[in-house]
Design a protein around this ligand. Structure first.
Ligand code: GAF
Length: 389
């Protein structure tokens, strides 16, 4: 079991005395509702059974000592509770440090430092929210070890706050919310305008959720992401001159068509269109799922990809190959890019009988056209954070 390996590593690095606890928080895959979470729209992610495992023990001084089994070569990284300044080279410790800094900013002072060892089994850069899982597991560990009175929803907000303000990525709430609030075999239908949500059981009769890793991650992802955020904010600002709305999520497709002329810049108009239509698609997709109409759900996933590719421009040629090839296979109900984009993974719903064919055909086509071998994960939907040891 992974938690035992992490505990063993902790003891090897930091010694075995005292109260050592081990925690887990999941990554996520988003089924539909992409780039809507900072536009007041809906999202539909689910927590995975892969994520980040963290062993931790309080120290008696103010030192913070970190060890990641994913970066053995870096050894123990030392910092302190008096040194909350983000590492300029984006060291991974910026994520747990950012969460500690955010706790302190909310008046939850850490009186003593920590020894921490961790291991993450989410492929790096795959867009399955390894950073959100690291933020949430850190928050959950702090809550448990120091006895802070915070809910899992607070942990999501703290994670997002730290990512925005300590790590410089202006992300929305989806990833941290999916990790902190995950529920086995359920996706989360979240309205990001007020954080109201409901769990939706994912019972796919005779089909699987398959995540395909393109194994590419394009550079400048954070700045491209922040650009998209600014462009949709511009679309909203222009629309607010002609219609009384708080977010793009307040508009229907028809209203967007009626008012879109107010958006002066063509790029901002495309971004606005995606945000409005994607939100409506997400609402329609969840409705279809509730009616057991998985075919409609799949078609909406496909439309989501087209919109992300053409209007939001967060796909990339490699991922488009995976989606195009997937669409050609008869047992594929739907396939789209998932997550922030510019590389990363696709999510597909594939009939059981076609999963092998799906893997074979996509591997062959991707190797031929892109020169890389994709990886596949048949997904199980897991719970939110927990203490394991
Ligand atoms: C990234 C962000 F972190 C999320 O908040 C969300 O905007 C997503 O991209 C796109 O839907 O994962």
């Amino acid at each position: 079991m992974i938690q035992n390996d992490v505990l063993a590593k902790f003891k090897e690095i930091f010694g075995d005395e005292g109260d050592i606890r081990v925690y887990f928080a999941p990554g996520r895959v988003n089924l539909i509702g992409e780039h809507t979470d900072y536009n007041g729209g809906h999202v539909f992610p689910c927590a995975l059974t892969i994520g980040t495992y963290m062993a931790a023990r309080k120290r008696t001084d103010r030192k913070l000592c970190f060890y990641s089994m994913n970066f053995d070569e870096l050894g123990v990284i030392e910092s302190s509770l008096d040194a909350f300044t983000p590492d300029p080279d984006g060291l991974w410790t910026n994520y747990p440090m950012g969460v500690m800094w955010a706790f302190e900013g909310r008046g939850m002072k850490l009186e003593t430092g920590l020894d921490i060892a961790l291991f993450g089994n989410i492929p790096n850069g795959s867009g399955l929210s390894s950073s959100a899982s690291l933020e949430v597991v850190t928050g959950y560990m702090l809550k448990d070890l120091y006895g802070f009175d915070v809910t899992n929803q607070d942990l999501a907000l703290i994670g997002q706050y730290s990512e925005n303000n300590y790590n410089g990525c202006n992300c929305g709430i989806m990833d941290q919310f999916a990790s902190a609030m995950g529920k086995k075999d359920n996706a989360i239908f979240l309205d990001t305008s007020d954080l109201s949500f409901e769990y939706a059981p994912i019972v796919l009769d005779g089909a699987k959720i398959v995540v395909t890793n393109s194994m590419v991650k394009h550079s400048l992802v954070t700045s491209a992401y922040n650009d998209r955020r600014n462009e949709s904010a511009q679309a909203l600002k222009d629309l607010q001159t002609v219609v009384d709305i708080k977010t793009l999520g307040d508009l229907t497709d028809e209203q967007f068509e009626q008012y879109k002329g107010a958006i002066k810049d063509e790029v901002a108009r495309k971004r606005g269109k995606h945000a409005v239509y994607e939100n409506q698609r997400t609402i329609a997709a969840v409705r279809a799922l509730k009616e057991n109409d998985i075919e409609t759900f799949g078609k909406l996933m496909n439309a989501s990809h087209v919109s992300l590719r053409d209007d939001y421009e967060t796909s990339c040629p490699e991922v488009d190959v995976l989606v195009d090839e997937a669409w050609k296979i008869p047992g594929v109900i739907g396939s789209r890019i998932t997550g922030g984009g510019f590389g990363g993974c696709t999510v597909s719903i594939v009939k059981d009988a076609s999963v092998d064919e799906f893997k074979e055909k996509l591997t062959k086509a991707y190797e031929e056209k892109v020169g890389k071998t994709p990886e596949f994960y048949v997904v199980s939907i897991g719970d939110g954070p927990s203490r394991l040891i």
